[in-house]
Design a protein around this ligand. Structure first.
Ligand code: IFM
Length: 441
């Protein structure tokens, strides 16, 4: 880690942390919440690495005041959380469940009282289970249901949420949830999963107009991106790299920014007018970044036009993900170069790392790797700003150690350590480091 002081960031830069509902809230049946696809998936034997579920996780539903106090202690200006659709509409349709919305109402008011902007994501993968039973995102109707849910939520919170995010990482929900079955709903459809991409995008576009009708706050989507590192120098390797880039980095962003689907990735379910709905202007592009991806041509017959290969020569996190801060700079500059004037302002809506953090004999949690990770990635953002990219915020994933999907409790991403038995929260040394970065601004 470099010892030169962190360069200054522009005035008004948004400093934040991110979480999501299913990963921290627990209270799976409280106040009328219905089941989501993740409840079903986690309760299916063999799906989660440590056989845990999201039933309790960080119990944030009952401890949100303690967690808001931790955020206030950090000095952040914004908190990105997600709203659990099954709390608002337990069956995914029909009237809102007022008790479910009450929780977010309290959370939003407590954040505002602490001087923290609420940034709300509407869909972070926890689809109401009854909608999955009618086809989930394979069914076009789910896009309309999503817009209805956006309308109900904005009717209650639209006067106080400061930034709306429609979807989180639709690429991951497509690929891990529907193509390879690693995430809920556990479908293994490979390339037949493409309707899920289109229906998520359509839901996004319809939700943008529902949100605009109820709220004057800006609207965003949070996509995850991974710059492609090509291995090999054959024509086939080049074609593989382009195909992976189109799938991971362009499939969602090209149509969102009015450029239609990338060649070869046009889902057959597109109807007249859909692309205009999807291209409804957004105010902010949320960028989630963790690492680049190594890609080459498949060595043998494969249903996919590429093969993913591990990137050598970098430090690795507990997830075995390579730590490549410069990849974030490359990504941001690349987005600007690719989309030019069509690209809105960017906020980094997730950036973070998992390590096996544990309290020492004095009960303190030291996580120097996370400090080095965040230091490098913040400098990468600053470098992109210096190159003229309009980046206006950075949210660390995550405030708390939490329930990491198919990995259960085995991957700790938090600035705050959580003992999942006692629910004791212990700020790690990265918490103090991040607070110092914010204080110095
Ligand atoms: O925990 C997830 C989050 O829900 C979505 N983005 C990536 C994080 C780390 O895997």
């Amino acid at each position: 880690m470099t010892t030169t002081p962190m360069p200054a960031f522009p005035t008004g830069f948004r400093w934040g942390v991110s979480t999501s509902a299913y990963q921290i809230e627990g209270a799976a049946t409280a106040d009328g919440r219905g089941p989501s696809i993740w409840d079903t998936f986690a309760h299916t034997p063999g799906r989660i690495a440590d056989h845990s579920t999201g039933d309790v996780t960080c119990d944030h539903y009952h401890r949100h005041r303690e967690d808001v106090a931790l955020m206030a202690g950090l000095g952040i200006s914004a908190y990105r959380f997600s709203i659990a659709w099954p709390r608002v509409q337990p069956r995914g349709t029909g009237a809102a469940n007022p008790a479910g919305l009450d929780f977010y109402d309290r959370l939003v008011d407590d954040l505002l009282a602490a001087g923290i902007d609420p940034v709300a994501t509407l869909f972070h993968w926890d689809l109401p289970q009854p909608l999955e039973e009618t086809g989930g995102w394979l069914n076009r109707d789910t896009a309309d249901r999503f817009a209805e849910y956006a309308d109900l939520t904005a009717a209650r919170l639209g006067d106080r949420v400061k930034l709306w995010i429609t979807l989180n990482e639709p690429f991951v929900h497509l690929s891990l949830g529907h193509a390879t079955g690693v995430h809920a709903p556990g479908r293994f459809l490979l390339l037949d999963a493409f309707p899920v991409a289109h229906h998520q995008l359509l839901g996004h576009g319809l939700a943008v107009s529902a949100l605009r009708a109820r709220s004057t706050s800006p609207v965003a989507i949070a996509n995850n991106y991974s710059p492609v590192v090509r291995y090999g120098d054959t024509d086939a390797d080049r074609a593989a790299a382009l195909a992976y880039d189109a799938l991971h980095n362009r499939l969602f962003t090209d149509p969102l920014l009015g450029q239609g689907y990338p060649p070869g990735f046009d889902p057959a379910v597109v109807r007249d007018g859909d692309l205009d709905v999807i291209a409804a202007p957004i105010d902010v592009l949320g960028v989630n970044y963790y690492n680049p991806t190594g890609v080459r041509a498949p060595e043998q017959d494969s249903p996919l036009p590429f093969e993913v290969v591990p990137l050598d020569g970098y430090p690795r996190t507990a997830f075995d993900w390579p730590v490549v801060p410069d990849g974030l700079r490359d990504l941001l500059v690349g987005l600007r170069d690719r989309y030019g004037d069509a690209l809105p302002e960017i906020q980094i809506t997730e950036s973070g790392c998992a390590y096996d953090d544990a309290p020492d004999a004095d009960g303190r949690v030291h996580d120097p790797e996370r400090i080095a990770y965040l230091d490098g990635h913040l400098r990468a953002v600053r470098a992109a700003i210096d190159e003229g990219v309009d980046v206006t915020g950075y949210f660390v994933w995550s405030l708390l150690d939490n329930w990491e999907w198919a990995e259960g409790f085995t991957k700790r991403f938090g600035l705050v350590h959580v003992d999942f038995d006692s629910q004791v929260r212990t700020p790690k040394s990265s918490y103090a480091w991040y607070r110092d970065q914010i204080v110095r601004r």
